[in-house]
Ligand binder design. Sequence first.
Ligand code: ATP
Ligand code: MG
Length: 424
Amino acid sequence: MSAPRGTRDILSPEVEKWHYLEGKIREYCRLYAYSEIRPPIFEHTELFLRGVGETTDIVQKEMYSFQDRAQRWLTLRPEATASTVRAYLENKLYAQPQPVKLYYLGPMFRYDRPQAGRYRQFYQFGVEVIGAEDPAADAEVILMAVHFFAHLGLGDLEVHLNSIGCPACRGAYRKELLNYLSEHIGNLCSDCRARYQHNPLRVLDCKQEGCRGIAREAPEFGAYLCAECKEHFEQVQAHLGDLGIKYQLNSNLVRGLDYYTKTVFEIITRELGAQGTICGGGRYDGLVEECGGQPTPGVGFALGVERLLLALENTGVKLPGVEPLDVFVASIGAGVQRPAFKILYDLRRRGIRADKDFLGRSLKAQMKQAHRSHARYVVLVGEGELARNVVTLRDMETGVQEEVLIEKISEKILALMGGMEDGR
Ligand code: ATP
Ligand code: MG
């Protein structure tokens, strides 16, 4: 049996890198004052039809939907912004001081074509600021992503920025775009011919070479932004300028989901080839209303954790590996097994990371095991020593051994380890 296509097991020594990144994510969310939300992994299918949009790739081709035993239609979440907005309404977070700043970290599910950096179960870290239309909120989420990446050591990033306006200005632009696309309809891919009907903006973001050429020559949204959207976009850019964040305007950037308004952005790295987008986001001023609430602005981003790890690896950033053991407890003779087990617990109770053999291995094999786990010390428990109420403590770096009273062993090791810390 194998795991379903597009899914994978994350094991040591990779999982240690995940722990490190997860720790950094929580550290940055704390720094920027976002609190965590853990929405369910499945939701009513209806939420994504409304929240993500019926004409998007996600809803049309990528959702894992199923009926439960009571015939309800449910979907494994393909993204978490819709869930966050649902939770905002359901938990009446609009009654709290605004904006509400939330982050999530967890698996998403999409029926994508598996390849490097593209899976069917993948992890996203995302933030949402709900209840603020201030352009500084847009700048904050972009800043947070850029600051986070820079802190991790990821260089060579491009921030692509665009504004896709509001329903008021989008109508005029859409008309102009349809006009332009109608002259090229024969050269669009079959997906884009369908997009032309239902969601023409998405043609701008098609990855097919033919469509990209057409998209490059398309009319730019900038000229159609209404006064309010134009001013908002200028303010976002002014903030980014103040913060020293480099960005490039990209009029073809529209993003895949229906709910975006005004600011949209992507952060791209050259380190990942075709799957170069590690982070995407933008403003979604229509989404809360779409999900049944009062008109409420929102802005956020989502980033792919697998792609981030790949990009860090390709950049040559060293991430923490497996943590060495502090102590390996080696025991010689059947009669010492129980006392050795007690000593092990005593060490752990004092916060010392320790392990022992569980297969009755020879002393030689146990020492090998200690080496393999990079143990700093070995505590040897033997029959003769036990009779004298001592164990042998071996420093694995220097090879120096000494006898230590059993009741003093944890203290002794803690003192030695404390000395090491001080020496660092
Ligand atoms: P793409 O164009 O690569 O399919 P997307 O526009 O569908 O990306 P978003 O919905 O913006 O992606 O999701 C935000 C981030 O989540 C992406 O930038 C990417 O890092 C990550 N991501 C999206 N889909 C996958 C996937 N199937 N496997 C791994 N990571 C993914
Ligand atoms: Mg996609």
